[in-house]
Structures are given as C-alpha cells and as structure tokens.
Design a protein around this ligand. Structure first.
Ligand code: ACO
Length: 351
C-alpha cells in the first residue's frame, strides 16, 4: 500500500526577538503573568513591510526542498496554510510559487484557512493527493505574520501577548514502505463556536453576524462599506478570543483526537515517540501530557521561544525537533492541533 512520507522539512523564524519585557512597555502586563499563564518568554516578529507571511513561507520552503534533496521544479503542488495572508486575495500559495520561481510547470496552489489546525488539515489534504497518485511532490507550508494585526494596547493584552511570527514547511512524497509515512489523519470542526476566537473584520458579510443595526449596515445592495467606526471602536479589527472558553474546549478535544488516531492505528499513548501539539499555550500542552500520561521526552514544546505561531507552530516545532535529533527513523510521531473555528485534528505518522 502506498503511503505519504515527509521527504524534507525546514523552518524559518524572523531574527527580531521580542521579549515579554518589551510588551510590558506597551500595555498593562508583566513577564510573570505571561509566563505563568502561557509559558511564553519571547516571540519573533518579522521586519515590517519587508518580511511577510509568504516570504517567510518561501524561506521555510527553500529549506524543506533542500532537505528533501530535490529541485524546486520537481514540486507539483503547493498547499499554504495561514490565517494571516499577505492579501485578502489572492492567497499565499501563488505568492510562494512566484517567490520560489516555480513557474515552468504552472503547478496548482491551494490555500487553507483553518487557523491553528491548518497544517494538520494540510497534511491530510496532501496525503489524499499523493496516495491517489495525482501528485508526487507536494510542498506544504504553514506560516504566519501575526505581528501586523495585533492590538498592542491593554485592551488586547489577552491575545497580543500570545502570538508570534514564523513559518515551517515540508515536502511530501509517496513511499511504498507500509511502515513509513502518514498512517491516519482525523479532522473535526464545530462552527457553533466560530466567534469565540475570531478576527471578524474586514469581512465580506458586512462585518458581523447578527449585528447589522449595531454596526450601521443598510440593505442597499450598492452599499460597499464593510468597516464602520463602531467596529473599529469595538476592536473587531483585531483578533478576539474568549480565552477561558477556548482553553476548556482545547484540553478536551486535544486528548480526544489523539486517542482517535491512535485507536484507529491500533496504538496507545505509551507507543508515541513524539507528540507535537500545536503550540497554543504551554499550559494546554502540559494538561494534554498529563491526561495521556506521557513522559517529558514524549512531548516537544517550543512556545517558550516563539509564542503561538498558529498554522506554523507544528512545522516549526517538528523541524526543530528533527534538527535536534529528537525524531528518528521509525519513530511514531503524532501531530495534533486545536484552534479557531473551532477546528481540530491530528495526524499519526511513522518517521
Ligand atoms: N497581562 C496581565 N493581565 C492579563 C493579561 C495580560 N496579558 N491578559 C488578561 N489579563 C487579565 C484579565 O484582564 C483578567 O483580569 P480581571 O480578573 O481583573 O478581569 C485576568 O487577567 C484573568 O483573565 P483570564 O482571561 O480569565 O485569564 P486566563 O487565566 O484564562 O488566561 C489566557 C488567559 C492565557 C488567554 C488563557 O485563557 C488561555 O490560554 N486560553 C487558551 C487560549 C489559547 O490557547 N489560544 C490559542 C489558540 S489560538 C488560535 O487558535 C488562533
């Protein structure tokens, strides 16, 4: 049976380090509060108007292509997962194609809008393409430039202290080895929770579900206003999060979906060599580790250095763990994510 394996991996984080003490200067927060509630010590921010989500994605992609030992022209499909695209449209997939100079073959490019679980969803999508035989070398990127869109005042402190910028990428290709590659993927969502963690505006809906009068939108089909002053005043132009609600959902759904992929493949938590949870919050990862009774060396976390980089967090952590020799051939690796949507999912793979 044909499977899909990771043939190459790489990551890129901007050089600019932003310690918690920098945020203390901008808002009413403390290094102690941030570390205690999230585990984050510092994060990276890209250089304004020089680095973007797609340029960072391209940097990570170059490293993954080099690690795979292939030529960029061998890539036959691009999948790009992000919630912070350079443009409203077109997506970052085509921008990366241009940035890498992959033009000869006019390959397809697909963007995935699944926030923190974007990379896990992308792994599953790539797996379907590869196992069906449609594509042989799929480039999957997760990248985010959060720093361009955060509220750095005290009003936004529960969100803005969490996020950082960065990118990770993998090259996926077929293997005839049944004991290697992606074994199982499970994907879930619950749209009833959509506004609990959301970046509402700008949006094409006229802004906000169910709040037409409050935000002053008319029924006139030629009324093109889609952001009003009231929406700016209500901070709808920034990500909003009901932190405690997200936390409660996350600590339930992470273990559930990890057990689901393990169960389908006939494994139990003790069989995992390395779990890479989406780096949402160190407390969430530690909670999941306790519930599954995993040892410290079975779980890899790096949110302390990079913050939450959403779609990029899993490929950055996996790439770093690989470079540190923490992932070896034959290891059972589990990638699991939960985030806005709500969407969540997991991939179980044999390295
Ligand atoms: N610094 C200081 N105080 C703060 C900060 C801050 N940065 N942020 C919030 N506070 C204050 C609040 O105003 C509140 O004050 P009050 O008691 O006077 O009202 C107090 O701290 C407690 O606030 P809570 O929101 O209840 O704090 P909590 O303990 O829940 O921690 C946190 C907040 C860290 C956001 C937590 O809820 C959490 O981690 N939730 C999960 C969120 C998450 O992981 N999101 C990632 C997913 S991202 C994605 O999918 C795109």
């Amino acid at each position: 049976m044909k499977r899909t394996k990771i043939a190459g991996i790489g990551h890129y984080v901007p050089e600019q380090v932003i310690a918690n003490s920098e945020l203390e200067k901008l808002m009413d927060t403390t290094d102690e509060w941030i570390q205690e509630r999230t585990g984050i010590q510092e994060r990276r921010f890209g250089v304004r108007h020089k680095e973007t989500t797609s340029t960072m994605g391209a940097e990570a992609a170059r490293k993954a292509i080099e690690d795979a030992g292939i030529d960029k022209e061998e890539i036959d499909f691009i999948i790009f997962a992000t919630l912070s695209p350079d443009y409203f449209f077109p997506g970052c997939g085509v921008l990366v194609q241009r940035e890498l100079g992959i033009s000869k073959t006019e390959i397809g490019a697909l963007d995935i809008r699944n926030q923190c679980s974007g990379f896990v969803y992308g792994m599953s999508v790539a797996d379907q393409f590869v196992r069906s035989g449609m594509y042989k070398k799929v480039l999957l990127i997760g990248a985010e430039m959060h720093s361009m869109g955060l509220d750095f005042t005290t009003r936004g402190r529960n969100v803005s202290v969490i996020f950082g910028d960065g990118a990770g990428a993998v090259v996926l290709q077929p293997t005839e080895d049944e004991n290697q590659g992606i074994l199982v993927s499970k994907l879930h969502s619950d749209g009833r929770e959509a506004e609990e963690l959301a970046f509402i505006s700008p949006g094409c809906h006229g802004g906000y579900h169910g709040e037409k009068e409050k935000y002053g939108f008319s029924d006139n089909p030629f009324d093109t206003v889609f952001i009003t002053q009231q929406m700016v005043d209500d901070a709808l132009i920034y990500p909003n999060m009901n932190g405690q609600h997200v936390f409660k959902f996350a600590v339930k759904k992470f273990p559930e979906v990890i057990m689901e992929v393990l169960g389908e493949a006939g494994y139990k938590p003790a069989d995992i060599n390395l779990l890479i949870p989406h780096q949402a919050n160190l407390r969430i990862s530690q909670f999941v580790q306790r519930v599954l009774k995993l040892n410290d060396d079975q779980v890899y976390n790096n949110i302390q250095k990079y913050g939450n980089t959403t779609a990029a967090s899993i490929p950055i952590a996996l790439s770093e763990a690989y470079q540190l020799g923490k992932v070896k051939k034959g290891d059972l690796v589990c990638l699991a994510a939960f985030g806005s949507g709500f969407t969540w999912g997991a991939n179980l793979l044999r390295w």
